[in-house]
Design a protein around this ligand. Structure first.
Ligand SMILES: [Zn+2]
Length: 838
C-alpha cells in the first residue's frame, strides 16, 4: 500500500541502524515523541550511517533546546558537501569567490518540520523519512540520492512542540479518547503553536525577530535550496493540502515556479490517489506575505511550498471526524511522510531541469530584475532606525551600499509623487540587480499588487513605512559608495565629572529607550524635557533625557560609570552640560522638566489575552528593552496591591472584566490613585463600551446616518459569500497618522507616523484627553482595505491619552508592536510606558 516503504527483511552489516520504532520502543504514531528523543534518534542515524548522514547543530531555542539540520546524501556527495554548497551559491550568483558555477550538480531539497509546535505529526514523519532515506536497503531512495541532497530540519520550533507534547502526554489516558470534546483535544492557553515568546515562527522568516529564525535563516541563506517544504497541520476535518498554492500569487513568482509546484502537486496526487486519501490544492493557502516558509523560499529562488495535514492542536492520538471516520496520529504522519518522499522523488526525476531553472532565476535577478524600480534610496535620519534597516538587509543577505552625495529624482514613498531630492553620504541605496532582487522588490515595494484580495495575512509591509524612514524608488541604478557593517557608536562628552551639572541624551529611537531602561535598572533618577531647550551651543529637542547630579548624589562617581556603560551598551551619544541655566527654553530645574517615575510594569496574560499580542510585549521587555516586567493573570488583577505596579498593559484580547461593573470600577479606582493603563487594539474597544471616556466611531447614533439601501441590493448570492465578506475586511493596511508630537506620546516623531491598521476600529476625538495620533481624510497608503472600511477610517483618533484622577489611560488602537517587525512603532510604545502620563 505504501509505495515507499521497503520491508526490512535481511539483517546485514548495517544491523545497527534502528527504525524509529525499534529505537523509541513504540510504533510511530502510538505516542507523541518528546523533542529530546527526536534529537537522539537523529544522532543515532548519523552515527550508524555516517557516510550518508551528517547532523549539524545550528543553534538553540530560548529554552535551550538544540536546533538541528540533517544532511542526507550519497557517500560521494556527503564527502563533497561543502563544495556542493559553494557551487550552489555560485548558481545563485551569491558566492563571493566569483568562480564559475557548474549546472552538473545535485539538486537540494530542504524539508522543515513542525514550525508550529501543536502541528506535531510532522516531526514524527521526519524520523520515518530520515530512516528511509538513510536505510541502505531502501534502493528507491538510494536512486534518488544519486542526484539529490536532502536537508531535514526535524523541528523548527522545539519549545512549542514540547509545550504541546508534554501537555498532550499528560492529558491522555491509557486509551486515547477520540471524542473531540475530551480534554486531550482541547489545549490550554497559550497552546503550542508558537515559540517561547508566543511568536508565530511562520510569520518571521523575513523579519527574523526571533532567535530560532535568526539562526536558521543564517544557514538557509548559505544553502538556498531549489525546493523547500514547510510541513503544517490544519483543522482535523480538513483533507490534506499540497501545492499548487492558491491565488493571490505575488507577481514576482515566475512561470517556472508555478509550473514546478504543479508538477510536484501532481506527483503527490498520484500517491494519494493510490491510497484513496482525500486532498485539495489551489485553495486557501496563498503566496503573498513574504515571511512564510513557502513565500520566503520562493522569493529566494526556490520552489517553496506549504503542506497541510488535518489534525492541528486538536488531533490528539485519534479523533473522530465529522464523517465518522477516526483520524489517527499514525495516519497524519504517514501522509506527511508520503508527500515528503513524493517531493524528493519527483525533484530527483527532474533534477537537471530544476538546477538549470534555478540558475536561470538568479541570472535574471542580476541581469533583468523584475519591477518598476531599479533601486531604492533610503534616507538616514540620524537615528538608530537606519542601523535596524542595515541589520534587516544583512540578515537577508540583501546587498546595499551608502550613496554618494547627489541630486536624484525618484518616487517619494510618503507623498506618492516623483520628485527631486538630495542624497547624502549616510543614505543607503539598494539596487535591484542582485541575487535577492525579488525579495528586495517584495520587501520594498510601496504598494503590493494583489491578484486576488482573499488572502490569509496582512497585505502591506513596505519596509520604509515599517521602519519609519523616508525612501525613494528610482528608475535607474544608483552607484553605491561601498558599505560597512558598523552600527551606531557611543560617544560621551569629554568633561570632568566635577564640572558636570547634568547629562543630556536625545530621545529619538529605540536605543534611547534602552539607554533609559539601563539607567533605571541601575537606580539612576532621570528626567525628560517637555520642551526644546539650548545650553551653550547645543540644541536639545523635547523628550530629551536629563540626568542631573541632583537626585543622584547617592550614586557618587558611580553615576559616571553607569552612564558611560549604558552609552556603550546602547550606542548612544551623551552630552554633558555644566549648568542648569539654559540659553533658550526652560531651565533644567523647571517644572517643564519632568521626573520619570520608574515604571513597575504588569502585563496581562491568560485565557482572555491574545497570546501573540501578549508575547510581543513580553519579548520586547525581556529581549530588546531589558526592563523588568511581571506577567499577571487577568483573574489575579483583583489581588494586585496598591503600589505593586504603576503601569498595567492590557494587550489585545476579549476580557470579561470589562463587562462587569464591579471590576471596571475597581480598575478605574486603581487608575485614579495614580495607575497607568496602556490598552491595545481590542482592549481599547471593550473599554470604550464601559464609560472610560472614549467612544468607538460608528458605535452609536451615527449608524443612523447610513444611507438607505435598495432592498434588492441587500440580496447576496450564495456563491459570492467569500467576496462579499471582503467589503468589510481589512487584513492589514498602511495608513498615515498625523502625530501631535508636542505630547509625550508623540515625542521623537515628526508629524506623521505610518500605522499598520488591522481592524475597523477608530475613536471619536477625545474631548477630555489628548488626541496624539489621528486619521484625517485620504490617509490610506497601501494594502487591501474593503470599500466600506475605506469610507469609515477617517476623522478619528487611533492613539491618545486621557488623564484620570492622578493616573492616566493610554489608548493604542493599532498595535505598534505587531510581530515585532514594525520597528517604527517601538518608540511610540516606549513613550507610553516611560514618558506619557507622568
Ligand atoms: Zn501551521
Amino acid at each position: 500500500m505504501l509505495s515507499f516503504l521497503v520491508v526490512f527483511t535481511t539483517v546485514l552489516s548495517f544491523a545497527q541502524l534502528q527504525s524509529p520504532e525499534q529505537f523509541l520502543g513504540y510504533p510511530l504514531g502510538s505516542h507523541y515523541t518528546a523533542h529530546f528523543k527526536i534529537v537522539n534518534y537523529v544522532y543515532h542515524v548519523a552515527q550508524q550511517v555516517p557516510d550518508m548522514v551528517k547532523v549539524e547543530k545550528y543553534g538553540e531555542t530560548n529554552e535551550g533546546r538544540p536546533l538541528l539540520m540533517v544532511y542526507i546524501a550519497t557517500r560521494e556527495n556527503l564527502a563533497n558537501l561543502e563544495n556542493i554548497r559553494k557551487n550552489n551559491l555560485r548558481l545563485a550568483n551569491s558566492s563571493l569567490d566569483k568562480m564559475a558555477a557548474t549546472e552538473d550538480a545535485p539538486v537540494i531539497v530542504w524539508m522543515s518540520y513542525n514550525v508550529h509546535g501543536n502541528e506535531p505529526s510532522s516531526s514524527e514523519a521526519a524520523m520515518l523519512t530520515l530512516y528511509d532515506l538513510a536505510n541502505p536497503s531502501n534502493t528507491k531512495t538510494k536512486e534518488w540520492l544519486k542526484n539529490t541532497v536532502v536537508i531535514i530540519d526535524p523541528c523548527i520550533n522545539p519549545d512549542g512542540r514540547d509545550r504541546y507534547v508534554n501537555w498532550v502526554n499528560q492529558a491522555v489516558g491509557k486509551y486515547p479518547n477520540p471524542n473531540p470534546i475530551a480534554r486531550e483535544h482541547n489545549e490550554p492557553w497559550p497552546g503550542g503553536r508558537t515559540n517561547h515568546y508566543n511568536f508565530d515562527l511562520n510569520r518571521d522568516w523575513a523579519w527574523q525577530t526571533q532567535i530560532e529564525s535568526q539562526q536558521r535563516l543564517a544557514k538557509y541563506n548559505q544553502w538556498l535550496p531549489q525546493v523547500h517544504i514547510d510541513f503544517h497541520e490544519q483543522g482535523y476535518n480538513a483533507p490534506y493540502y499540497f501545492a499548487p498554492a492558491a491565488e493571490p500569487f505575488h507577481e514576482v513568482i515566475t512561470p517556472w515556479q508555478r509550473e514546478f509546484q504543479n508538477t510536484i502537486g501532481r506527483n503527490n496526487a498520484k500517491h494519494f490517489d493510490e491510497n484513496g486519501w482525500l486532498y485539495f490544492t489551489k485553495e486557501r493557502f496563498d503566496l503573498f506575505y513574504p515571511s512564510y516558509g513557502d513565500t520566503y523560499p520562493i522569493y529566494n529562488g526556490s520552489i517553496g511550498m506549504t503542506y497541510e495535514q488535518g489534525g492541528h492542536s486538536r488531533g490528539g492520538l485519534a479523533v473522530v471526524q465529522e464523517d465518522g471516520d477516526t483520524l489517527t496520529l499514525h495516519d497524519r504522519l504517514i501522509h506527511h511522510y508520503t508527500t515528503g518522499m513524493s517531493t524528493i522523488e519527483i525533484t530527483s526525476q527532474n533534477a537537471s531541469r530544476v538546477v538549470k531553472e534555478f540558475h536561470k532565476y538568479f541570472n535574471a535577478a542580476v541581469q533583468t530584475p523584475f519591477g518598476e524600480f531599479k533601486s531604492y534610496v533610503i534616507k538616514n535620519d540620524g537615528t538608530d532606525k537606519i542601523d535596524r534597516l542595515k541589520t534587516l538587509l544583512n540578515r537577508n543577505m540583501i546587498d546595499w551600499s551608502y550613496t554618494n552625495a547627489a541630486t536624484l529624482t525618484g518616487l517619494n514613498y510618503q507623498t506618492g509623487k516623483t520628485e527631486p531630492f538630495k542624497a547624502e553620504g549616510g543614505d543607503i541605496v539598494v539596487n535591484s540587480n542582485q541575487p535577492k532582487s525579488n525579495l528586495v522588490k517584495v520587501l520594498f515595494e510601496r504598494i503590493s499588487k494583489l491578484s486576488d484580495s482573499a488572502t490569509y495575512d496582512i497585505t502591506a509591509w513596505s519596509v520604509p513605512f515599517a521602519y519609519g524612514l523616508k525612501a525613494f524608488g528610482m528608475k535607474d541604478y544608483v552607484p553605491g559608495a561601498g558599505k560597512n557593517n558598523i552600527l551606531g557608536f557611543a560617544s560621551v562628552d569629554d568633561m570632568p565629572f566635577e564640572k558636570i551639572y547634568a547629562y543630556v541624551v536625545k530621545w529619538n529611537g529605540l536605543n534611547s529607550a534602552k539607554f533609559l531602561s539601563e539607567l533605571l535598572r541601575n537606580n539612576v533618577k532621570v528626567r525628560y524635557a517637555e520642551l526644546p531647550f539650548k545650553v551653550g551651543n547645543k540644541d536639545f529637542d523635547k523628550g530629551s533625557l536629563i540626568i542631573t547630579k541632583a537626585s543622584n548624589y547617592g550614586l557618587g562617581k558611580n553615576m559616571e560609570t553607569i552612564i558611560k556603560n549604558a552609552a556603550v551598551n546602547n550606542a548612544i551619544g551623551v552630552s554633558a552640560v555644566p549648568t542648569g541655566f539654559v540659553d533658550k527654553g526652560f531651565d533644567i530645574g523647571s517644572d517643564k522638566v519632568k521626573f520619570i517615575h520608574p515604571p513597575k510594569v504588569a502585563l496581562l496574560y491568560g485565557n482572555e489575552v491574545s497570546s501573540n499580542g501578549m508575547g510581543e510585549i513580553w519579548h520586547f521587555f525581556d529581549q530588546q528593552l531589558n526592563y523588568p516586567i511581571t506577567l499577571v493573570s487577568a483573574d489575579a488583577l483583583g489581588r494586585m496591591e496598591p503600589g505593586d505596579f504603576n503601569v498595567l498593559i492590557i494587550p489585545d484580547g476579549y476580557y470579561t472584566m470589562f463587562s462587569q461593573k464591579e471590576q471596571n470600577d475597581q480598575l478605574k479606582d486603581w487608575v485614579r490613585k495614580g495607575g497607568k493603563i496602556i490598552a491595545i487594539e481590542n482592549a481599547v474597544a471593550q473599554m470604550s463600551r464601559n464609560d472610560w471616556g472614549f467612544k468607538l466611531k460608528g458605535s452609536g447614533d451615527d449608524k443612523k446616518e447610513e444611507p438607505k439601501k435598495d432592498d434588492y441590493n441587500l440580496l447576496k448570492k450564495y456563491e459570492n459569500r467569500e467576496r462579499d465578506y471582503l467589503i468589510n475586511s481589512i487584513p492589514g493596511s498602511i495608513f498615515k497618522v498625523e502625530i501631535d508630537n508636542s505630547h509625550p506620546l508623540g515625542f521623537g516623531y515628526g508629524d506623521t507616523y505610518y500605522t499598520l491598521k488591522q481592524d475597523e476600529n477608530i475613536y471619536e476625538f477625545l474631548k477630555d484627553g489628548w488626541n496624539v495620533g489621528i486619521l484625517k481624510k485620504d490617509n490610506y497608503i497601501s494594502g487591501f482595505t474593503g470599500s466600506k472600511l475605506k469610507e469609515k477610517l477617517k476623522d478619528g483618533t487611533l492613539f491618545g491619552e486621557m488623564d484620570m484622577g492622578r493616573g492616566s489611560v493610554i489608548i493604542l488602537a493599532d498595535n505598534p508592536m505587531f510581530r515585532s517587525f514594525w520597528e517604527n512603532g517601538k518608540l511610540l510604545f516606549c513613550n507610553a510606558v516611560f514618558l506619557a502620563g507622568q
